[in-house]
Design a protein around this ligand. Structure first.
Ligand code: SF4
Length: 180
């Protein structure tokens, strides 16, 4: 029996909305499971990104050192890497922090109680992976094979694109997608 294609999804700096839309496949998740094995994802309990993945969907932009490490690992271990949603494709919401410049300002705004603004905080907090100077779309870090726009992409679009990709075909998105 021919093994099924191996599908993975990862979540970098995003809001999880693209994965929520993936879950909106509802009963079509069962159809998808008949076509491909989901070998790694935030929605299954696998700790290490595996070798020999056929298609990997990447949600989110690249905004910290952990994102870079995970994305590069997924790239090396995947035949087809897909920018999944607008944050991965363009930076989108995640990149809204870029005009603030120095990541230290972002950390201060997010993690310092306004009542304590007079206190100095370290630029790198032990609980937060070091932020990169800018949040970037994933194609600025690794080669991307396919772009699936949308914030989030609709469940219908995800189902169409993923079933085509795991079948080894290139989805034709003309007239099927929009940004935002
Ligand atoms: Fe969330 Fe939209 Fe970014 Fe997807 S593209 S992670 S839904 S903000």
């Amino acid at each position: 029996m021919t093994p099924k294609p191996r599908l993975a999804t990862i979540w970098l700096a995003g809001c999880s909305g693209c994965h929520m839309s993936f879950l909106d496949l509802d009963e079509r998740l069962i159809e998808l499971a008949a076509l491909a094995d989901l070998v790694y994802s935030p929605i299954i309990d696998v700790k290490e990104f595996p070798e020999n993945v056929d298609v990997t969907l990447v949600e989110g932009a690249v905004t910290n050192a952990d994102n870079v490490e995970m994305l590069k690992k997924a790239r090396v271990r995947s035949k087809m890497l897909v920018a999944f949603g607008d944050c991965a494709v363009t930076g989108n919401v995640t990149a809204l922090r870029n005009p603030l410049g120095d990541p230290k300002a972002v950390l201060e705004r997010a993690y310092t109680d306004p009542a304590d603004l007079h206190r100095k905080i370290p630029c790198e907090l032990p609980v937060v992976p070091p932020l990169l100077p800018r949040a970037t779309p994933i194609h600025q870090v690794v080669q991307v094979d396919f772009f699936l726009p949308g914030c989030p992409p609709s469940a219908d679009l995800i189902f169409y694109a993923v079933t085509e990709l795991v079948a080894g075909r290139t989805p034709d998105l003309a007239g099927k997608y929009h940004f935002g």
